[in-house]
Write a protein that binds this ligand. Structure first.
Ligand code: NAD
Ligand code: ZN
Length: 362
């Protein structure tokens, strides 16, 4: 299946399905040119051989980096720049990112700045990367003072999401991606949410059809939102793209509390989705029954529905105020008016937020 991210001159296709890594015509459709591929050690172990063949690459055209979030750093950018310059990748050359969100964000950023910008292709191999990070053009690396603090918007020329690669994904990483899939249902499509309720066990078992549909529908929603608000600049950052942050303010508090180590991003998002649903119901917007469905769906996957042991109401208050968006200094949250209908809100009843924090916090 194929869908398009509609961005005028910067439009690009997303191919989704199994066996894509053995279809060279998908890649050569954007022209044959000098290529360099970057991946990480875990992904290389499973998929470097087929992809090297697919692109007919030599060893010198491949860079294998250590796996893990620490690879997403300026030090690695420097290393990649050195490698690209030494091997003289020309300006009309192309970078290929083979891996999860870490490799995708890093390589996308390298492509944005190498000789003021070269093309790149995303071959996402985690569920999170297939439904979220490989689409939309946000690229970047971390800094000691903050996650994703250095970056650029740079859209890929093509996304190749081979859902067959998810077979080797560790269980926790798979669930982390499922949290983002549930997010799409909650924020934009009640029918997709209901589909997830019916098909969650097939999805967890990585049934081909179920995975393909879940990735397709998620990408479709993200593509639609990105086309409306490419740089998250509409309405001063409170436009369509902000809706993708449903549950994320709570999630960032959890991630910061656990120092970005014990919890995966998607695990924190799972809790954040539950808290956003709870708050939306307390405000009288979302039907209580639908909030319960959100929490039950998250719980049915084995993802956490509660914050880490010992995380207190005051921890949330402090950490969430760090997330305040610059405008007016008021906390801005993404909330649900109903299932499948999210809004950005800065003027909700703060007593309802307190009640949610007391309900979830220690
Ligand atoms: P990741 O890239 O670290 O991958 C998770 C782990 O799975 C790694 O150890 C990796 O080596 C391994 N792996 C990857 N594919 C595999 C496969 N098919 N089989 C076996 N192992 C495999 O993490 P992630 O969750 O994919 O991405 C997280 C990153 O994405 C974060 O840095 C986050 O900031 C970023 N992100 C970016 C955006 C965006 O819009 N750009 C959106 C969401 C998240
Ligand atoms: Zn996320």
């Amino acid at each position: 299946d194929t869908l398009d991210v509609d961005l005028g001159q910067r439009s690009y296709p997303i191919h989704i399905g199994t066996g894509l890594l053995s279809r060279p015509e998908l890649l050569t459709s954007i022209g044959r040119r000098p290529m360099r591929l970057v991946t990480d050690a875990h992904v290389a172990e499973h998929y470097l051989t087929p992809v090297r063949e697919l692109l007919s690459l030599d060893d010198e055209q491949i860079l294998v980096l250590p796996a893990g979030e620490t690879t997403k750093s300026m030090a690695t950018v420097d290393q990649v720049m050195d490698w690209l310059l030494a091997s003289r990748l020309p300006r009309d050359g192309m970078l290929v990112a083979l891996g999860g969100g870490v490799i995708g964000d890093l390589v996308g950023f390298c492509a944005a700045i190498y000789q003021r910008g070269v093309d790149f292709v995303q071959i996402p191999t985690t569920l999170l990367a297939q439904v979220d990070s490989s689409v939309g053009g946000k690229t970047g690396v971390n800094h000691a003072r903050g996650k994703n603090m250095i970056g650029a918007f740079h859209q890929p020329r093509l996304v190749l999401a081979d859902t067959g690669t998810l077979a080797t994904l560790p269980q926790r990483e798979k669930l982390a991606g499922i949290a983002e899939v549930i997010k799409y249902g909650m924020l934009g499509d009640a029918a997709f949410f209901a589909w997830l309720e019916r098909n969650m066990s097939a999805l967890l078992a990585l049934d081909d059809e179920a995975v393909r549909y879940a990735v397709y529908r998620s990408c479709e929603m993200k593509a639609e939102i990105v086309a409306l608000d490419e740089r998250e600049s509409v309405d001063g950052g409170a436009g369509p793209r902000a809706l993708l942050n449903l549950g994320h303010t709570f999630a960032h508090a959890v991630e910061t509390y656990t120092h970005y180590t014990e919890w995966l991003h998607g695990e924190a998002v799972a809790v954040g989705l539950c808290m956003a649903a709870d708050l939306s119901a307390r405000l009288g917007w979302l039907a209580g029954r639908d909030a319960d469905r959100c929490i039950a769906l998250v719980a049915s996957t084995g993802l956490p529905t509660r914050p880490p042991q010992g995380m207190r109401v005051d921890d949330f208050r402090t950490l969430m105020s760090l997330d305040k968006k610059v405008a007016s200094g008021k906390l801005r949250l993404i909330l649900l008016r109903s299932l499948g209908d999210a809004v950005v809100s800065a003027d909700f009843d703060s007593q309802a937020l307190d009640a949610t924090l007391r309900h979830f916090g220690a």
